[in-house]
Design a protein around this ligand. Structure first.
Ligand code: E4P
Length: 218
């Protein structure tokens, strides 16, 4: 399973990259705003910086909701850097734009997906990635992982090439469960990745090894 980090924070991205396990980055307008990145020039420059920090795909989301606007914005984003994947919302114009970009060989990530039907539409429109938001479903007492499982089943039935990018991942158990059910990618905050490191037996075992080494070696 690929690990993407879901942030626009450059130091979090650099930390995940330094760990050697990062495969890409996802962002969204809220995450950009959280970092204080505003105005189209600054936003484009920030995406460039992210692309220079990592080797993998970087999802950059359009703001427009009309078809022409999405195409214009998506083309500008795609022209920025070869690692950019154009992120489009799951609305009718987003599906149309997805088809337009996939026909042109520009990769897309269809976002804000909350049902199998929406995931089916994204795959049929040629999306490179589909983003089911499992954490937001969990937030409203609906099983987010079950949705990912159902999308996996449907995509496997027809060998769709669209990769399932489990999004809105909030914690390490989300990551582990995504891997168990065969999600192609997960995207979450830095803590959902570094949290996987933690085990008290690793810490106590290492402390004992070092203590014993010291005893024998001074
Ligand atoms: C996906 O690409 C979104 O950026 C993201 O995963 C949303 O996560 P949230 O529900 O934690 O905001």
């Amino acid at each position: 399973m690929k690990f993407f980090i879901d942030t626009a924070n450059l130091s979090d991205i650099a930390e995940a990259q330094a760990l050697g396990v990062l495969d890409g980055v996802t962002t969204n307008p809220s995450l950009m705003a959280k970092e204080g990145v505003t105005g189209s020039d600054a936003i484009l420059a920030h995406y460039k910086k992210i692309c220079e920090l990592v080797e993998g795909d970087v999802s950059a989301e359009v703001i427009s909701t009309d078809y022409e606007g999405m195409i214009k914005e998506g083309e500008a984003l795609a022209a920025l850097h070869p690692q950019i994947v154009v992120k489009l919302p799951m609305i009718a114009n987003g599906v149309k734009a997805c088809k337009y970009f996939s026909d042109k060989g520009i990769r897309t990530n269809v976002t804000l997906v909350f049902s199998v039907g929406q995931a089916l539409l994204a795959a049929k429109a040629g999306a490179a990635y589909v983003s089911p938001f499992l954490g937001r479903l969990d937030d409203i007492s609906t099983d987010g992982l079950h949705l990912v499982k159902e999308i996996r089943h449907v995509y496997d039935n027809y060998n769709f090439e669209t990769q399932i990018l489990s999004a809105s991942v909030r914690n390490t158990m989300h990551v582990i469960n995504c891997a168990k059910i065969g999600s192609d990618v997960m995207t979450g905050p830095l803590s959902s990745i570094t949290g996987l490191l933690k085990h008290p037996l690793t810490d106590s075992g290492l402390a004992k090894f070092l203590e014993d080494y010291k005893k024998g070696n001074g």
